[in-house]
Design a protein around this ligand. Structure first.
Ligand SMILES: Nc1ncnc2c1ncn2[C@@H]1O[C@H](COP(=O)(O)OP(=O)(O)OP(=O)(O)O)[C@@H](O)[C@H]1O
Ligand SMILES: [Mg+2]
Length: 234
């Protein structure tokens, strides 16, 4: 066995998430174990309610498991305090959602820069990086537009720029093409391919897109909160 830190970036050990609502308990995830290698392109699949969003939220540090551990770079995320969780989300993680989640009163440039300003990074460098990202995403001419003035595909590209502004090592995306037509969906998947292959980021993507399958280094299928075996890894 080598140095475990070189083998995986994220290791989930027996993750369980139970949602308690009054008397009733809903199992979101049951005993899920998973190793995600650095620079992997992981595609999460499964029917509605199978646990994809629950798993993404736990791995991204947006939620805590009822039991189990999440090791990121060898450190236990589930056992860390709120400040450390915030730092993890801000510095290590980028997130992209189905519904874009842009701030409606901020323009494109401000939306993209926001996570970097929250992390107290110097404004000049942040703005220069935002311009580069918006150029790459062919959105430079939209810099001073509000989200409501953009198409769905453009909004999702802004969300992608925002996810990348802090140079995260891991990008989590929950059905990022779910609200897009097929052409814009394909474009977004191509951007994820470039993030993985050109910018060498680790990606974990819940998606129904067939196109993502051919790019995946690992496909994980969930059913009723558990992993269906065999999932495959290349
Ligand atoms: N906040 C919550 N409170 C109670 N139950 C929840 C909550 N979030 C998820 N669940 C339940 O946990 C299970 C897994 O839900 P989850 O959202 O992870 O599924 P999903 O695979 O992302 O589904 P979809 O494809 O519809 O997005 C479902 O039974 C769901 O009803
Ligand atoms: Mg979901």
């Amino acid at each position: 066995m080598g140095d475990s830190r070189n083998e995986f970036l994220i290791r989930a050990e027996s993750l369980t998430r139970i949602y308690e609502m009054g008397e009733s308990r809903v199992i979101g995830l049951r005993e899920v174990s998973l190793d995600i290698l650095e620079e992997a392109f992981v595609v999460l699949k499964g029917d509605s309610g199978s646990g994809k969003s629950t798993l993404l939220s736990l791995l991204a540090g947006l939620d805590r498991p009822t039991s189990g551990r999440i090791l990121v770079d060898g450190r236990d995320l589930a056992g860390s305090g709120p400040d450390e969780m915030t730092r993890y989300r801000r510095e290590m993680v980028g997130m992209v959602f189905q519904s874009f989640n842009l701030m409606p009163t901020l323009d494109v440039m401000e939306n993209v820069c926001l996570p970097a300003f929250l992390a107290n990074r110097p404004a000049r460098a942040v703005k220069a990086r935002a311009r580069e990202l918006l150029d790459w995403l062919r959105l430079d001419h939209r810099r001073h537009h509000l989200p409501a003035q953009l198409s769905g595909g453009e909004m999702q590209r802004v969300a992608i720029a925002r996810a990348l502004i802090n140079e995260p090592r891991i990008i989590f995306a929950d059905e990022p093409t779910g609200n897009l037509d097929s052409r814009n969906g394909e474009l977004v998947i191509e951007l994820f391919r470039d993030m993985n292959r050109v910018f060498r980021r680790t990606l974990v993507l819940a998606t129904h897109s067939q196109m993502a399958d051919s790019l995946a280094t690992m496909v994980v299928t969930l059913r009723d909160g558990g992993i269906v075996r065999p999932s495959w890894e290349s």
